[in-house]
Structure formats: C-alpha cells, structure tokens
Design a protein around this ligand. Structure first.
Ligand code: XIL
Length: 380
C-alpha cells in the first residue's frame, strides 16, 4: 500500500516537474520572441544597418555599441574610412580606426560597408591642391588599391563613388572630373573591382527621388554596364523629411533603379523633424545657413519631442518601411545614418547646434515609438 502511494506521489511529482519545465520553456520562448532584435525581424527581407562613429568603433560609447551589435546586422563607418582620415597626406595612411571598425564587424558577424572611396567632400587637402593630373590620378589609384586590398574579403560592399551628380543630372564639376576627365567614374569602379573582385560596388547619392538627377545617374549605370564594368548597386542616401519625398516619389525611384538592373540599398536613412531652411529660402544648397543659428523658430524642440511629432515620425517610418517591404525583392539593405538622436549629424546640419530627433533611439538610449512601430510591422 505504502509502496503504491509512493509510486503515485512519484508520478504526480514527475508530471508536475514536466509541466513546470514545459511552461517555463514556453515563457522563455515568448520572452525571447518579444526581444527579437530589429534586424532579426527583417532578416528575410534585407540587411538592417547603422552608421557608427569613432566613439562606437573604439568602444567609448558602450551603450550605443550594445545597440548596434544587438539590433543591427550591417555597419557603415560614419566618417572613419573617408579619404581625409585614411590618407591625410600623400601615401601616409592611418588605418587605426578603420582596422578597429572592420574587426568589430567581423567579430559580430556583420555585413561590413566601406564608405567612401571617391568623394569631393572630406577629401585630403593635398588632393585639392595637386596640380598635375597624372599625379592626381596616381594618388587615386594608390588610394583605392591600398584601401580596398587591405580589406579584401572583409569589407563586403564599397561606396565607390559618392555624390558625383548635380541636381540636373549632369556630372558635378568636382576635382575628380577636372583632373581625371569625364570617364573617371568608370575608371575608379574598374580600380575597385581589380582590388577586390568579390566586393559589391555601389554608386551612392542623395535626391535620387528627383527624376532629373536619377536619370543622369541611371545613364551612367547603363554606360558602365554597356562597357562591361561592374556596378552592383545604387545607394540611395535617404536624408528625408516628415512630409517629403512623397511615397509615390520613393516608389517610382525604387522601380526605376531596379529596372536599370542594379540592386538598391538605402544607405543613409534618417528623418529630420525640424524646419528646413530651404523651404524658407529656396533650394540653393550652397547658401550659408549660419544666420539661422540660435533662431528658436528653427530649433523648436530643444527640451524634448512633443508627443504628436513623435507619432508623426513613427507613422512616417512605418509608411516608408511598408513600401520597402512591398519591394523587398529589389532592396538588399536599409541603413540608418546613426544610432541615437544625440549623435545624429542632423543636430548640426544644415544649421549648427539644433536638437533633432531623426533616429530610432532617443538620447537615453531607449527605443522610440518609431522603433516599436517598425518592430511590430513584422509578425513574430
Ligand atoms: C556626414 C557625417 O555624418 C558627419 O559626421 C560629417 O561631419 C559629415 O558627413 N552624405 C554622406 C555622409 O555620404 O558621408 C555624410 O556624413 C552625410 C551626407
């Protein structure tokens, strides 16, 4: 009898333990689902990335670094691989930050982007002052060969040329065009391919939702393709606003770029919530906006983002991502230009010293409503 009772008790206890284990496992699973990172949620659609600054690369901003390694699966160096920092004077390379950046990406098994090989901004002064075209071209060859070969097989995709076109779709009269001639884009894409035949090669620019500029860029893409020169993708800088570009403009851009037979990457996404000086004074980007510095009308939210604007921002991100999801077969990456609002370049551009809120994480490193909205767009 006693033996029977003991057996029964044993069975009941075993069942109870199994039940507890099953429910605990269920709980931890549902917890795990709740904390799925943003890039995990979007992993079947496209890479989700962030541009990272020197403080993140060197581990000084640990909280941002944690966000990057847990929420994103692609990185772009915000400044560290620009010419000015890599080769400030002729053949004197500084790879300290770049090496750290690449090691960080490898350690965390991330898609690693190189930004940017050929750009008229943040270029070393010696390049602007080189008088002989032959010497200039040799510097470009040396730069691309040295930098791209160093990270061969490690950097997955290069922004080979950045911002080479004007708004009317003609070639920008940059120092590269002046020194190397009309065909310099083809030349530098060839150099990049030679240095790392397996890396994805990108042409990157802003305002490609505008038809005239896009037409100029796509003409260049066709020329490269016709000449058998490798170009994998168009990088769309998406420094956008709450109301513009319209979803129709964005969709037309996605369709046109994809129809040109190249991949599409949103390489620099952020959305300003602040007044735009161009709406007030026209569209001349070379204008100096320093006269607006300290003007409270241009910096309306220094002490926090009003709830209704936070909701507008989340809705704008949601609308944009729904479009990205619709066209996910044409899009291989979406990268945010920064991690937390505090360190966004949009606090200082186009007017210095403002308080902007363009990203998914706030100044306390917490996910904003926009983050939650994007997370909820994907079913667990
Ligand atoms: C910006 C950086 O975010 C700033 O820190 C820097 O002072 C200027 O450049 N298009 C680009 C990026 O391709 O390299 C720019 O990054 C933003 C516009």
């Amino acid at each position: 009898m006693i033996q029977k009772i003991t057996r029964h008790a044993f069975t009941i206890i075993t069942i109870a333990i199994v039940c507890i284990l099953i429910s605990a496992n269920g709980l931890s699973n549902s917890n795990k689902i709740k904390v799925d990172s943003l890039s995990d949620r979007y992993k079947d659609l496209f890479h989700l990335g962030a541009a990272i600054n020197q403080d993140i690369i060197f581990g000084k901003d640990v909280q941002s670094l944690n966000i990057v390694t847990s929420e994103f699966n692609s990185i772009t160096p915000e400044n560290s691989l620009k010419w000015l920092y890599l080769q400030p004077s002729p053949n004197k390379f500084n790879f300290i930050a770049a090496d750290k950046y690449v090691a960080l990406g490898i350690k965390n098994n991330m898609n690693i982007v190189g930004h940017a090989l050929v750009w008229h901004n943040q270029l070393a002064d010696f390049m602007k002052n080189t008088s002989s075209s032959a010497a200039f071209t040799n510097h470009v060859k040396n730069h691309i060969h040295t930098v791209v070969s160093r990270y061969k097989g490690k950097i997955d995709a290069w922004d080979v040329v950045n911002e080479a076109f004007k708004e009317d779709g003609s070639l920008r009269p940059s120092v590269f065009k002046k020194q190397m001639g009309e065909n310099y884009i083809e030349d530098v894409f060839k150099l990049a391919e030679t240095a790392d035949p397996d890396a994805d090669l990108i042409y990157n620019d802003y305002n490609l939702y505008k038809p005239a500029k896009r037409a100029g860029v796509l003409k260049m893409v066709k020329k490269l393709q016709d000449n058998g020169i490798k170009i994998n993708a168009i990088g769309v800088q998406a420094h956008w606003r709450l109301k513009s570009p319209s979803l129709n403009e964005i969709e037309q851009m996605i369709l046109d770029i994809s129809a040109a037979g190249v991949d599409l990457m949103f390489t620099e996404l952020d959305i300003t919530v602040l007044p735009n000086p161009w709406e007030l004074v026209g569209a001349e980007v070379t204008q100096n906006f320093s006269k607006f510095e300290g003007d409270p009308k241009m910096d309306p939210y220094p002490n926090g983002l009003p709830k209704e604007i936070e909701i507008q921002l989340a809705k704008r991100y949601k609308d944009i991502f729904k479009l990205f999801m619709k066209h996910q077969d044409k899009i291989s990456r979406v990268t945010f230009w920064g991690v937390i609002d505090q360190y966004s370049w949009l606090n200082d551009w186009p007017i210095k010293g403002r308080t902007n809120y363009p990203l998914l994480f706030n100044r306390e490193y917490q996910p904003k409503l926009a983050y939650k909205t994007l997370a909820n767009l994907i079913e667990n």
